[in-house]
Design a binder for this molecule. Structure first.
Ligand SMILES: Cc1cc2nc3c(=O)[nH]c(=O)nc-3n(C[C@H](O)[C@H](O)[C@H](O)COP(=O)(O)OP(=O)(O)OC[C@H]3O[C@@H](n4cnc5c(N)ncnc54)[C@H](O)[C@@H]3O)c2cc1C
Length: 384
């Protein structure tokens, strides 16, 4: 296994790096301050093909591989995690999931608009009473004639307030628990479906997060995604892809923290010398550098395995868990190196710190990923 980027991946890296510097950097701080989804920026990213980068070519996507997807997210997150969260959730949780599980008609209907960025997508498992334990989902779907009727609430859904289509995991046979779940494609405007934006998040304030509300929401039978009763499999396949997205975008934030810390340490002087000359500061930077490089290699390994057709579930958990934890630590180190200046939004490190914290929570908390890795190592299942 080698980790040199090929010509196409290098081209994607340099195109996205350029886009992030020219278009994302100027708006990132204000969008976070104002808690505003940057529509203009999203439109420009869509024009560049980022919303469909690794969706199938036959439906208007770029057909890129997982390594390219990770490279794109790292470059975006290196400037602003919010836009990376928007795009990676859109691709992994909705586009990729519909590509894998959708009927021809569903793919024809949704994928061209998702790939072009004309329509945003999301996936909803989490509920007010249901987080890590997806098998206990309470949102109920009942078949009435040719329609399923959904009732319940979903919480914390990325892109939820803007999405044209939501992949919603609901319970269709409560007696079966996790084996009774089914996935539905719920479209904006369907009767009984509404959303409510969630405000005052600690970070990623320029990405949309919403509650989804289903009150006798009528969904036609043809909008069932995958077989009835296979909702858990649909969700797990979406997680396999989305968790890699979290890992790669988190590496981007860690790299941004290194960039900011090095630059500040080279110019800030105390005791007559640049603070970067002090060994204790160099130790912080050395740790950040080694850990970020190790996380990037875990990401590339999992992405390369996925490109070879292996879901790489455990390797993805390792990448997601490790990258999230070291990025959070890198942000803390970078802020420490900035001293009091790091505590205001005159410098971006305070945004990196606030934004990256959620990476240890969403798409499986760090504890859940340790359980997945522990189950793999011991053969004993904490979730059973
Ligand atoms: C900004 C944001 C965006 C999000 N986007 C989405 C989205 O697009 N779609 C979606 O469906 N959800 C989304 N989520 C929800 C997210 O995936 C959940 O919050 C996450 O899965 C954890 O669930 P919970 O918050 O209910 O925590 P809980 O599951 O209640 O866990 C609380 C604590 O208990 C620990 N814990 C739980 N079980 C165990 C165990 N067996 N052993 C040890 N410790 C355990 C957890 O690690 C955690 O520390 C998002 C959340 C946020 C904040």
């Amino acid at each position: 296994m080698h980790f040199d980027l090929n010509e196409e991946q290098v081209m994607i890296q340099s195109t996205v790096r350029d886009f992030a510097q020219k278009e994302v950097a100027p708006v990132a701080r204000d969008a976070s301050r104002e808690e505003r989804f940057p529509e203009d920026l999203a439109r420009k990213a869509a024009e560049l093909g980022l919303f469909g980068l690794n969706l199938p070519v036959e439906y208007g996507g770029g057909g890129a591989d997982y390594v390219s997807y990770c490279v794109m997210l790292e470059e975006l997150a290196r400037v602003d995690l919010s836009i990376a969260v928007t795009i990676s959730s859109h691709i992994s949780l909705s586009g990729k999931t519909i590509s894998k599980w959708g009927t021809d008609a569903q793919k024809q209907k949704f994928l061209p608009r998702l790939a072009s960025g004309q329509m945003l997508g999301c996936l909803a498992t989490t509920e007010p009473n249901v987080g890590s334990d997806v098998s206990s989902i309470e949102t109920m779907a009942t078949l009435q004639g040719d329609e399923w009727v959904l009732n319940g609430n979903k919480m914390w859904i990325t892109n939820g307030g803007l999405a044209g289509v939501a992949v919603v995991i609901a319970q269709t046979d409560r007696s079966l628990g996790g084996k009774g779940l089914t996935a539905f494609l719920v479209e904006r405007g369907m009767p009984g479906f509404s959303t409510k934006d969630i405000h005052n998040k600690l970070g990623c304030r320029a990405s949309n997060t919403a509650e989804l509300i289903f009150e006798d929401c009528r969904v036609p039978k043809e909008n069932v995604l995958g077989p009835v009763g296979k909702g858990m499999s649909v969700a797990l396949s979406a997680f396999d892809s989305a968790r890699l997205g979290v890992a790669s975008r988190t590496v981007g934030v860690a790299q941004a923290c290194i960039d900011a810390a090095v630059s500040y340490a080279q110019t800030r002087k105390q005791f007559g010398k640049p603070i970067g000359s002090f060994q204790l500061i160099q130790e912080l930077i050395a740790d950040m550098t080694v850990e970020t490089e190790a996380a990037r290699l875990l990401v590339y390994r999992a992405a390369t395995m996925k490109d070879g057709g292996d879901p790489a579930t455990v390797q993805t958990s390792m990448a997601k868990y490790y990258a999230s934890e070291i990025a959070w630590k890198a942000a803390n180190n970078a802020l420490q190196i900035h001293g009091s200046y790091g505590y205001t939004d005159d410098f971006p490190v305070e945004r990196y710190l606030r934004d990256v914290r959620v990476s240890c929570i969403l798409e499986g908390t760090s504890q859940v990923h340790k359980l997945i890795i522990g189950r793999h190592m011991t053969g004993l299942n904490a979730f059973a």
